[in-house]
Design a protein around this ligand. Sequence first.
Ligand code: HEM
Length: 525
Amino acid sequence: MPTPAIKVLALASNVRRRCYRITCYSSRGITNNVANEEVISKPLQSARPFKEIPGPTSFPLIGTLLNYLPVLGKYDFDRLHRNGMLKLQEFGPLVREEIVPGTNIVWVFTPQDIETVFRCEGRYPFRRSHLAVDKYRKDRPDLYNSGGLLPTNGDKWYELRSTFQKALSRPQNIRLYVQGSDHILQQFMDVIKSRGNLSTEDFVPYLSHVFLELVGLVAFDAELEGLTEAGLQPDSLASQLIDAAETANGCIVALDNSLQLWRWIETPLYKKLKRSHEIMERVAVTLVNRKKSLIESQRLTENKQPSLLEIYLSDPKISVKDIVGMAVDMILAGMDTTSFSSSFALYHLATNPNCQKALQQECRELLPTRESPVTLEVLDKAQYTRAVIKESLRLNPVSVGVGRILPEDVILSGYHVPKGTNIVTQNQVACRLSEHFPNPNSFIPERWIKSSSLFQKPHPFLLLPFGHGPRSCIARRLAEQNMHMLFLKIFRNYDVKWCGGTLDCRSLPNKPDQPLLLSFKSVDY
Ligand code: HEM
């Protein structure tokens, strides 16, 4: 295949266009076309060579691993955001690193370069993750047709994504869950009430229970009863599922970054992933098939808007195996992400009393009584609540950035970066730089509210907690709806105080680095 030629588009006029953007040309033709814009072509030869991108020194056999040694090393695998900030300070906005010799990772810090990466990703964005899940599922053709949405790439990914996205992205299909979710959240308010002020107990497991319930409603059309007294016990089905999802996610990250012996022999970590996956899979197979039987025996109420699971199961073109895979993916990708994101948002509100007051005022205006249901109308009006979640995701996203394998050669910060390079965008670090956000480390929801004097419109490729483009989070709408509802409920009912030390995150994914210690005091209005 001929080497792709590259043209760089220096775009002048408005803020978004101030940066360099790149159009990739290959034997397949133009993959990213920018119409009606001034095009200044710049030959590839003028870009600086890949090998010159600054970064930590890599040694034969050990790469840059010395830097990650406990105590002695300056980086820490558990603190990717701090590593990112250190690398930016030491090497500048584009950093090349061979953690393992022979495998280059390029860390990308500027929104302009991040935009270039996404503009070039094409129709089938390639993400290298969940490799062991891929193997596990492909070894079970009786249960799965493929590795599922999370690990799959190329046209098989596109096929799966199109199958599930159509219904998941339709607002009315997600809004259908508001009533059921409100019921679950009302139960959650009772759990908080029954636990007293909770100040010495980690609140994250409670959030896991509520988000498992909310995701289960969509994935299985069923309540898992994780918020009952029995459901909160460690041996309940809900607790087992939560434990399985957390364990599997931990194993997946470690297995992705290991020597991958598990491809040939079942290593202890691979076995642990298998056991956790089997727990989620058993529940998914049982509940999806139970629903399928219900549909087949036509015991569903007619004239009722169908749920997502009903839509999928009623479509003869969608295989039950794919639906089971998607249900497991929802548990894997949908519970920790929302629990951890909500943990940080609770922390920020508990440590910023003025923001908490503003949120409580909105809650009181929209929900006349403590038991008032959160409705579609309430959600549409809850602009401060939305700003709170957005601001918290700016400060504490669950992922430091987004990973991609480049499908084409591009030029980033003046360097030639070849096709096939591992890219990790550094949005979390970029979102904490004063050049992009005034008072970058302060929690200021008002910066997202148009009528506020603090409102600003940042570069659109800075805040990307759900990723970007065709491969971005498939359930963003659902995740946001669930979090908005949770915060409206909690802050209509409680004053929340922080009882711990300064909270930071530990990766991967970003989770609170200490117990989430909150005290809840009932409001009496
Ligand atoms: C605060 C909550 C959440 C955050 C911050 C989040 C974030 C993300 C991110 C960053 C990605 C990768 C995007 C990319 O590569 O461009 C992703 C993918 C994904 N998310 Fe979410 N997510 C959340 C909640 C959920 C929920 C609730 C579900 C399911 C119920 C879910 C299911 C998925 C799936 C299946 C993918 C893979 C999509 C694909 O590869 O095509 N996520 N999410």
